[in-house]
Design a protein around this ligand. Structure first.
Ligand code: FRU
Length: 452
């Protein structure tokens, strides 16, 4: 593991080099597994794209294992891309996209690229078996471009389903549903393009249940930016479904549910993308995201100088409340609390600030680097200098603010407003992570913990 002043203490980070999406997150045989998109060769992502692997027994401490899936076949020669795990049959089965770039003068959108679905079984959760090729572009409808990727697999009734993100040949983003009786032979179940303009591509789809309600998640690329919504280069969020995506809802009904009006962004900060969910043995639905965005337009020069870039967000438990999903760190994080504090200390901390239902106030300030405030029911996160390395300002609509939980891990900040109603994730590079001054004059109480 690398060292450096901005390295994290309790977030999943690459041992060295580059990390992007979480993959195959699951609980299997007594352990939690988080795989991830990993390029160990360089902090800027050039080189082979593999799956790295972390395991945990307690959801609080994660240990790096190795890179169990690498680019060693003709089906995934140019990248072991994102995917998920299915664990229903006593084996951890990883499903992922094998990326292939054929040499030649191609646009690599409609020609020249292969996006295959492969499966690898981990019988003991650690050691991969043989790769099996399940699907190639020939198995997808002919109106699709080469971009069909990021499988999510689940069981419903007696059948198995796989949801993929896709881009049509005319550059419209959509979702592709495949069906199988045995998780080996897959056939087309549904090709679905939302009526609203979600842009040219949907990446990293998810399909999950929280508190008995059904949701579909995805990451649209090419949406129109608004002043309080869709402020990042690419977005990531979810829609609640009344029917189900498997077959009972008509395209028309589905388009009412999967619409821009109903689409809720997971996170309003600068650094959040490609999340996925999994279920704990006690039934909690957990979200983990990549604390980064592709092609973001702002940088992470301070960590690149240390030989690494990007990390995961905290693991967040989801609760369905007031028509949306609330997110709070899993309670297991509390086992890493060390010393009770009333001001930040030691570069890794978890502070809670309470307010009197304010809707027009500065909420907190860190050094003279960044301000978090609310005005006319609108939250605002603003960097005042280059400690955001190019990050400027982000907004979100909000109800009056009662509570903020602020978690800092040396260069990553997660802000949970009103018990997880709204969340902002951002990289933040203070000059000295061990000496960050938190000013919150409008808070009526302020207390927290250092984290080890
Ligand atoms: C999302 C993504 C996925 C793809 C992976 C490649 O960030 O573009 O769609 O599978 O990254 O690393």
């Amino acid at each position: 593991m690398l060292e450096g002043k901005y390295r994290h203490r309790f977030h999943i980070q690459p041992p060295e080099g580059w990390l992007n999406d979480p993959n195959g997150s699951c609980w299997f045989d007594g352990k939690y597994h988080i795989f991830f998109q990993y390029t160990p060769d360089s902090p800027t992502g050039e080189g082979g794209r593999y799956w790295g692997h972390y395991v945990s027994e307690d959801l609080a401490h994660f240990t790096y294992v190795d890179t169990p899936i690498v680019t060693d076949t003709e089906w995934d020669s140019d990248g072991v891309y994102s995917g998920t795990a299915y664990t229903g049959d006593g084996v951890l089965e990883a499903y992922y996209t094998g990326n292939v770039k054929h040499p030649g003068d191609y646009d690599y959108i409609n020609e020249g690229r292969g996006h295959n679905v492969l499966r690898v079984d981990f019988k003991d959760g650690i050691h991969p078996g043989e790769k099996q090729l399940l699907l190639t572009n020939d198995d997808y409808p002919s109106d699709l471009s080469c971009h069909v990727r990021d499988p999510k697999v689940w069981k419903s009734g007696e059948a198995y389903y796989m949801l993929l993100g896709m881009r049509s040949r005319t550059s419209k983003g959509g979702l592709l549903l495949m069906k199988s009786p045995d998780r080996k032979k897959w056939s087309l179940a549904r090709e679905y393009f939302p009526e609203n303009d979600f842009g040219y591509m949907l990446e990293c789809p998810d399909y999950f249940t929280v508190d008995g309600r059904q949701f579909v998640g995805f990451c649209p690329q090419g949406m129109r930016h608004e002043s309080d919504r869709f402020q990042n280069t690419y977005e990531s969020g979810y829609c609640e479904l009344n029917g189900d995506i498997i077959g009972s809802a008509s395209d028309e009904e589905l388009s009412r549910q999967i619409s821009i009006e109903c689409f809720q962004e997971w996170d309003k900060g600068f650094d959040f993308y490609a999340p996925q969910t999994f279920t704990t043995p006690d039934g909690r639905q957990i979200l983990i995201g990549w604390a980064g965005v592709p092609d973001a337009g702002y940088e992470n020069a301070p960590t690149i100088a240390e030989g690494w870039q990007h990390s995961m967000t905290l693991l967040r438990e989801l609760k369905a409340k007031n028509g949306k999903l609330y997110q709070l760190p899993v309670r297991e994080l509390d086992t890493r609390h060390e010393k009770q504090i009333t001001a930040p200390e030691g570069g890794a901390w978890d502070m809670t600030l309470e307010f009197d239902n304010v809707s027009d106030a500065e909420l907190f300030r860190l050094n003279d680097d960044l301000i978090f405030s609310v005005k006319d029911g609108r939250l605002r996160l603003e960097f005042l200098n280059d400690t955001g390395d190019g990050r400027t300002v982000r907004h979100a609509e909000s109800s009056p603010v009662k509570k903020i939980r602020l978690i800092f891990d040396r260069s990553l900040l997660e802000i949970f407003v009103n018990d997880g109603e709204t969340v902002f994730t951002t990289r933040y590079y203070p000059e000295d992570p061990d000496d960050v001054i938190l000013k919150a004059d409008n808070a009526k109480s302020l207390e927290g913990w250092t984290i080890v």
